[in-house]
Design a protein around this ligand. Structure first.
Ligand code: NAD
Length: 373
């Protein structure tokens, strides 16, 4: 298969969908890899490293010429989409729920597409699961960002000049990102607590040595979908949760929020009033910024300060670890490849396979994903 890797055009996107490492694997598998010049620059992956791995680098037009498929991090911009040949297969984190017009544009242009964020949460698909590979890094980076913004140390330090108290960190949402945030904050020496609406999270939080805090009523016991995600909670539950969180958050130094519900705006868990109850110098890092934020005061891609509390809304935290995030994402794509080709390496997506069926957005000029029809 002839695979094109384009330079990401979204503002601030530093990641790339292939690395010299994955190019080597793809070329060894008999595939023809074309990389748009400069595609890896922001991830410290120069063109010559791709060339040494066996890829051909060139202009956008040269990269697209004769390509069977495009591997990308985010959906290409409109100008690039207009240049894609009919029948090409686009694979990437194309955010079909965040950009509802895109599915129609792709269908009308006859572009077949697979959304990496729809990889099903089944054991067989774990190695292809980009949401997990990127969320894990985001959770780590959120705590590193918090430690940079926090004007104090995380661990307890007993020195001749006096004792520094450990930071109190609270993680809201204990999925992939939240669990990594808990582990990272613990490694830095903070006293960590966490909350979630899924009962399964309780044991996972405890296993990392953090305290679990949640409203554990009947609704909580049924809050996990068959797919492993959280349901949107009722207004009644949210009110009880807000009361519990308000009391807890006022005592925290660092809060990392990661709560998401697939296809829905992020739940608002921290009100302006709760922020005002926090101590000056405290820090909130909101990983849900791109989906509207878990905090009422979050602004995407900004660090805002309200009454001495800093609220960071970095919308692309994996992009702040571009080299590692690209390496894992590119491996997710390589792991998906066997489901996209026939034995001889020619393009042949296995549309009936449950993984591809779950990820398919458009095929043969039609929108095929149930949630987008
Ligand atoms: P996510 O990014 O969709 O959401 C982050 C967390 O926010 C989740 O834990 C969710 O329960 C929580 N949340 C949602 N609403 C909330 C609220 N109102 N208050 C507090 N917390 C709230 O989740 P994710 O990281 O993608 O993980 C979801 C689940 O899927 C986890 O159990 C994870 O372990 C599981 N998972 C399974 C596989 C697999 O089996 N292959 C792969 C990845 C993740």
């Amino acid at each position: 298969m002839k695979i094109a890797i384009l330079k990401e055009r979204r503002n601030g996107e530093t990641r790339v969908a292939a690395t010299p490492d994955t190019v080597k694997k793809l070329v060894a598998g008999g595939h023809d890899i074309r990389i748009e010049k400069g595609a890896g620059d922001a991830a410290s992956l120069p063109d010559n490293a791709y060339e040494a791995a066996g890829a051909k680098t060139g202009t956008l037009a040269a990269t697209l010429k004769g390509a069977d498929a495009i591997f990308c991090v985010r959906a290409p911009d409109d100008a690039t989409l207009a240049k894609l040949p009919k029948g090409i297969l686009l694979v990437g984190q194309i955010e079909p729920h965040g950009n509802k017009a895109l599915a129609k544009v792709l269908a009308d242009a006859g572009i077949d597409s697979l959304a990496m964020e729809f990889t099903p949460r089944i054991t067989r698909a774990q190695a292809m699961d980009a949401l997990s590979s990127q969320s894990n890094l985001a959770g780590y980076r959120a705590v590193i960002e918090a430690s940079g913004l926090y004007g104090r140390a995380f661990p307890m330090m007993m020195t001749a000049a006096g004792t520094i108290a450990p930071a109190k960190a609270f993680v809201m949402g204990a999925g992939v990102a939240g669990l990594q945030a808990i582990a990272t904050a613990r490694r830095l020496g903070a006293m960590v607590s966490a909350t979630d609406v899924r009962p399964a999270a309780k044991e996972q939080v405890a296993s990392l040595g953090a305290k679990f805090i949640a409203v554990e009523d009947e609704e909580f016991k049924a809050a996990e979908t068959a797919g492993g995600y959280a349901k949107e909670m009722s207004a009644e539950y949210r009110a009880k949760q807000a009361e519990l969180v308000a009391a807890h958050i006022a005592k925290q130094d660092v809060v990392v929020t990661t709560a998401l519900i697939p296809g829905r705006p992020a739940p608002k868990l921290i009100t302006k009033k709760m922020v005002e109850a926090m101590k000056p110098g405290s820090v909130i890092v909101d990983l849900a910024a791109a989906m509207g934020g878990n905090c009422e005061l979050t602004k995407a891609d900004e660090v805002v300060e309200h009454q001495g509390v800093k609220i960071a809304g970095y919308a692309n935290l994996p992009g702040r670890l571009a080299a590692d995030a690209s390496a894992l994402y590119a491996k997710n794509l390589v792991n998906l490849l066997p489901l996209l080709v026939a034995e001889d390496g020619a393009k042949a997506p296995q549309w009936e396979d449950e993984i591809i069926a779950a990820m398919a957005i458009t095929r043969d000029g039609k929108i095929v994903h149930d949630t987008l029809k």
